[in-house]
Design a protein. Structure first.
Length: 279
């Protein structure tokens, strides 16, 4: 049986980077990370992606399915809306009996001065980046519970289901720019992930967070264009932005047997940004 994966925001940016998982999610460490992203889908996973843009979702699903033999299925949904999250979960439940991996990646950012930051903007970011992560997780819990594989003794989950939340280094340190709702939402997401780990571990569901640094995406395009060279040279010891295989490999580890004893963790993937920070 191949693994079933749901990734929100999976049609672009970091979600597109981490969208594909292997048939049995067994990491072969001798492979170069440049080969793993295509290797995941070629090992037969069934991956559902969801984002607001139906066009982006369908295009990405076709692109990934063409890699084969795995299949990618698009279920577009506007995750800002509670009823859309409900619809997504219900549609997934009509297609699958179990969900092995949930990747909560959908998110947005908003920047404005403290004097001008709009209330509506603050609410929008908190809703999508935090509240809807909880909402979706709650709605697909029956599928995650069904995926948890108990041992023959019936007491130990030999292959737990996984929740992987995409966080940010901005939720771990105070950012130098005025993204108040974004940094607050990611800090809260990290703690929510730990809370979920504590509550759901006994049911065979692991919850972990990947705190990403600077990765090319639609959200970071303006920052990279206007200040990317300065940010990279002055704040990132590894002197580069993140690559697709950096976050995909981390997600693969968490979803593989190698990650079956890891829960409640926040793994920083930032090229050393946090340890080099002078803040």
């Amino acid at each position: 049986m191949s693994k079933v994966v749901l990734i929100t925001g999976g049609s672009r940016g970091i979600g597109k980077m981490a969208r594909i998982f292997s048939k049995r999610l067994k990491l072969t460490f001798h492979e170069s990370f440049n080969q793993i992203s295509t290797g995941f889908i070629r090992n037969g996973a069934k991956v559902y992606i969801s984002s607001r843009s139906a066009e982006d979702c369908e295009a990405t699903a076709a692109e990934l399915t063409a890699l084969g033999p795995g299949v990618c299925v698009a279920i577009p949904a506007d995750l800002q809306k509670y009823e859309e999250v409900e619809r997504l979960a219900k549609e997934l439940a009509t297609k699958e009996e179990a969900l092995h991996v949930l990747v909560n990646n959908a998110g947005a950012a908003w920047g404005a001065s403290i004097d001008d930051f709009p209330d509506a903007g603050f609410s929008k970011i908190i809703t999508l980046n935090l509240q809807r992560v909880f909402t979706l997780t709650q709605k697909v819990l029956p599928l995650l519970r069904a995926a948890a594989d108990k041992s023959k003794e019936g007491a130990i989950y030999a292959d737990p289901a996984r929740i992987i939340n995409i966080g940010s280094v901005e939720g771990l340190s105070v950012p130098p720019h005025e993204t108040y709702s974004y940094s607050a939402s990611k800090a809260a997401l990290h703690h929510l992930s730990r809370h979920l780990a504590s509550r759901l571990g006994s049911e065979g569901i692991l919850s972990n967070t990947i705190a990403c640094g600077l990765f090319p995406s639609k959200m970071t395009a303006h920052t990279i264009k206007t200040a990317g060279d300065v940010i990279i040279s002055r704040t990132i010891p590894l002197q580069r932005a993140g690559k697709p295989e950096d976050v995909a490999g981390t997600a693969l580890f968490l979803a593989s047997p190698a990650g079956s004893f890891v829960t409640g963790a926040t793994i920083t993937v930032d090229g050393g940004f946090l340890v080099a920070s002078k803040l």
